[in-house]
Design a protein around this ligand. Structure first.
Ligand SMILES: [Zn+2]
Length: 410
């Protein structure tokens, strides 16, 4: 994709990358709108191909997949935001590349050096399905820098709503390792920027279908960042992802109680997500009272995603958008940063982004109907699970605090 010129989505691109300009194809309406931060250089990351996301050719298949974390999925999101009915509600802003020294505000210097070495060597597979190729490094730096720029835009009072439309995604990247298609944790770097700009308390709500383990890990012993993740109950997946994502992983030391894992049953669906959000996320945020809200936003919780089993539809994303904006209105004076994570169905992810942004903007009428969604949901397993999660979470906090007390007095 190195030679992708962006013509299909009418994005003006200068070859250097540093002079990217993004222009809105339509007049932006007065009133609530979403500020989208984007840079075309992020399409330069080619995640590879093989049998699905493995980068492996088993030798007996006639057709191998392009890696699901493809430029095409983002091109379609870009396109629907430029040409779909939401277009007049979008304001476009240029992204920028992060500086190396900015990366070590969240990642270890040794890890950043490893990434740079992998880039200089012309490519390296860092863990399953996660490979730096020629062209990746530019995209990686742009994703991190663009997310930080979107955060700065909000904190400088230039706007309250921003969406960092970035790739490669970031929420699995931990301070010292890559994981799950992620190299740098874009959202975590922006959260740390907020803390460095004197925001006292930041809440991160992760609605990607996978556990936001990298963000959780980075802030696990801190109480100035409250990480909440709703995800499929997938558990640990090896060395790069040792965290289980279970509700008894509650943080350590000063961070006890400030990591809230919400693993939901397969097939949870729209109503189940709404129920879990209202029963678990709303009270948790009310208790914490964040000054800034960041949403790590993956569309792989959708009903058609090859990487997820949670069966949200466009309507479910619209509802989540509305609920998230209500929380921002209650706690952060309406300030909300969305950060793009996973979402691998090339068509439906774009529709789900459209739906969520409609919800965040609290538009009175639905602008775009769902062309694909259908699902009969079963709510009972989610309702039971939510009760279990409440119990496990509070018992685990009590146990962790008593352990901590014991170790301090011994
Ligand atoms: Zn994901």
């Amino acid at each position: 994709m190195d030679d992708y010129d962006g013509d299909e989505v009418e994005v003006e691109v200068e070859a250097s990358g540093s002079g990217d300009t993004v222009e809105s194809p339509v007049a932006v309406v007065d009133g609530p709108h979403m500020n989208v931060f984007w840079s075309t250089g992020m399409l330069a990351h080619n995640a590879g191909d093989g049998m699905f996301d493995t980068l492996h050719d088993p030798g007996f298949l006639a057709v191998l997949d392009s890696h699901p974390e493809s430029p095409e999925r983002i091109i379609n999101i870009l396109s629907i935001l430029k040409k779909g009915p939401i277009a007049p509600y979008i304001s476009w802003h240029d992204g920028e590349a992060a500086e190396l020294e900015e990366l070590t505000t969240f990642h270890s210097p040794a890890y950043v050096r490893d990434l740079l070495d992998a880039h200089k060597a012309g490519g390296k597979t860092l863990c399953g399905g996660t490979r730096i190729n020629h062209g990746s490094w530019k995209a990686v730096l742009l994703a991190a820098g663009t997310t930080r720029r979107a955060m700065r835009y909000i904190l400088e009072g230039l706007g309250k709503l921003a969406y960092a439309l970035v790739r490669p995604p970031g929420h699995h990247a931990q301070p010292t390792r890559a994981d799950g298609y992620c190299f740098l944790n874009n959202a975590a770097l922006a959260v740390q920027l907020a803390i460095d700009m004197d925001v006292k308390k930041v809440a991160v709500v992760d609605i990607d279908v996978h556990y936001g383990n990298g963000t959780a890990e980075g802030f696990y012993s801190r109480k100035d960042v409250f990480t909440i993740s709703l995800h499929m109950n997938h558990g640990s997946w090896g060395d790069s992802h040792p965290q289980t994502g279970q509700p008894d992983e509650v943080g350590v030391g000063a961070g006890i109680g400030y990591n809230f894992n919400i693993p939901l049953p397969n097939g949870t669906g729209d109503k189940g997500y709404e129920y879990a959000f209202k029963e678990l996320v709303v009270p948790a945020l009310a208790n914490y009272k964040p000054a800034m809200l960041v949403v790590t936003f993956g569309q792989d919780a959708s009903a058609f995603d090859p990487n997820g089993r949670q069966c949200l539809t466009m309507d479910g994303f619209r509802t989540l958008g509305r609920l998230l904006k209500e929380q921002a209105d209650i706690h952060t004076d309406g300030k909300l940063l969305l950060v793009q994570e996973g979402g691998y169905h090339v068509t439906y992810s774009a529709y789900c982004v459209h739906g969520l942004i409609e919800g965040v903007l609290q538009l009175p009428e639905e602008l775009l109907s769902d062309p694909m969604g259908y699902y009969i949901e079963e709510e009972a397993p989610t309702i039971d699970r939510v009760e279990e999660i409440k119990e496990i979470f509070s018992e685990a906090i009590a146990a962790a605090k008593s352990e901590l007390k014991k170790s301090e007095t011994s």
